[in-house]
Design a protein around this ligand. Structure first.
Ligand code: EPU
Length: 417
């Protein structure tokens, strides 16, 4: 295992290129299994979750080649195969195999998903969706077994706005007989990305990105070429890091519209933000105002940026309140930030953050975004070296992190633990 070493206190300066979106990639890979010929995905991020997913596709009989950012997936000789454990347990997004294999073969047995377990993450809405489409779902010793003789379109109202359930239902319903309507669907850009891929494969999906999605089932889907959208969470993390170090960074390959909630909060704090066509420039200042932040479903402030935002708010003057309305207890980064001298209290679903300087410490990332938070915090500390263990979590969502930060002038490196 490695740890990330950070000697902070240097303003980040320069340009950083944002990769393709992780949370799109881990849905597009299983979606490609619904095709009967080759799917080519461009702009794929170099992440451990993507590597594990490509191995899962090969276990299922898919032929995969991955060269630079381009992955070619030929699912023509795919076989229906139960996957009760093994690699599926390493990923949260392995739950998309349920919808994809159900659509392709009318059956799927998938071990309960792993991934970042910062709190219990139920999948009842996914199951409700499969059952509405006519599937039988059972829990067999920790594996979810789903089967349907014939999937049939249905009207499905999601009780909770869920990214995963929305995508999983789209995957299965693309191959159902008749039309499906998902009401109270999630609106995240990654959902539009998956619908775009499926439509290029021959699916008939309308309304992705709104709360009502209509899917007309088709008999078969074919291969295509698709370029993945930029990672808005990676982009937001660099925006935060640029502001926290009072730097001047051009964040390139972003869709500024996806960053609106983040941009609004930075402006409110007194950070200068300049939106270009496909880039955002962040210019930090000597002092920032405290602000209140509410993490909500898209287009609200992203819960995945809540943790790094906590670190930035330690650099503001006064008291900020950051509440998460997507996950009630996603605060594993807080005790670690407190070890670095932060003055933060968690009350219910809110963190109350009083601004003040941080100090270097040995800290542990308990999940991916907690890792991002601790990296941002370390970058603000000039005296001493901050050591972040749990780097394997960071590798799930930030490719080339050390290279990118070094290019921006940061003094960071990895060492064996
Ligand atoms: N929920 C339910 N029942 C369900 C599904 C969700 O109660 O059946 C609840 C969850 O517990 C949560 C809320 O609904 O409180 C939203 O969960 P959602 O299903 O939208 O989350 P997800 O699909 O499991 C994706 C991202 C997460 C991101 C969330 C919210 C992927 C692979 N993961 O998870 O990303 O936090 O949406 O935007 O797309 C990350 O990248 O670090 C990460 C955790």
């Amino acid at each position: 295992m490695e740890k990330l070493m950070i000697r902070g206190g240097r303003p980040l300066r320069g340009t950083v290129q944002i990769s393709g979106a992780k949370n799109s990639a881990v849905a597009l890979l299983p979606a490609s299994l619904l095709a009967e010929s080759e799917v080519v995905l461009d702009n794929l991020p170099r992440l451990s979750d993507v590597a594990v997913y490509s191995e899962i596709l090969q276990e299922l009989g898919g032929k995969v080649t991955w060269d630079g950012g381009v992955m070619k997936i030929d699912p023509s000789s795919l076989q229906s195969k139960p996957m009760p454990n093994g690699r599926v347990n390493l990923l949260r997004a392995s739950y998309y195999l349920m919808g994809a294999l159900l659509g392709r073969f009318g059956e799927a047995t998938i071990g309960l998903p792993g991934g970042c377990n910062f709190e219990p993450r139920p999948i009842d809405q996914h199951i409700k969706g499969f059952e509405a489409l006519g599937a039988t779902v059972t829990n067999d010793h920790g594996s979810i077994k789903i089967s349907a003789k014939q999937l049939r379109g249905a009207k499905i109202y999601l009780d909770v706005v869920s990214v995963g359930a929305t995508i999983n239902i789209m995957l299965a319903a693309s191959k159902a007989k008749g039309s499906t309507i998902i009401e109270n669907a999630a609106k995240e850009p990654e959902i539009i990305d998956v619908a775009t891929l499926l439509n290029s494969m021959g699916a008939k999906i309308k309304g992705a990105g709104t709360e009502t999605i209509r899917i007309e089932g088709v008999d078969s889907l074919h291969g295509c070429r698709h370029s993945i959208i930029p990672d808005r969470i990676q982009a937001g993390t660099y925006m935060i890091a640029a502001a926290a170090t009072r730097g001047d960074v051009l964040i390139d390959n972003v869709i500024p519209k996806h960053m609106e909630a983040m941009t609004a909060k930075l402006l409110e704090m007194g950070v200068q933000v300049y939106e270009l066509d496909e880039a955002i420039r962040i210019v930090g200042g000597p002092s920032y105002e405290a602000v209140d932040v509410k993490a909500l479903v898209y287009p609200g402030f992203a819960t995945d940026l809540q943790s790094p935002m906590t670190s930035l708010l330690t650099q503001a003057n006064g008291v900020s309140v950051l509440s998460d309305y997507v996950y009630s207890n996603r605060f594993k980064h807080v005790p670690e930030l407190v070890r670095m001298g932060a003055n933060i209290k968690v009350e219910g679903r809110s963190a109350i953050i009083e601004g003040g300087p941080l100090n270097a410490a040995k800290v542990r990332a308990a999940d991916l975004r907690a890792g991002a938070a601790l990296t941002v915090a370390g970058l603000t500390v000039a005296d001493g070296v901050t050591e972040v263990t749990g780097v394997e979590y960071i590798d799930r969502g930030y490719d080339f992190l050390v290279d990118n930060l070094r290019k921006l002038g940061a003094d960071v490196w990895r060492e064996n633990e």
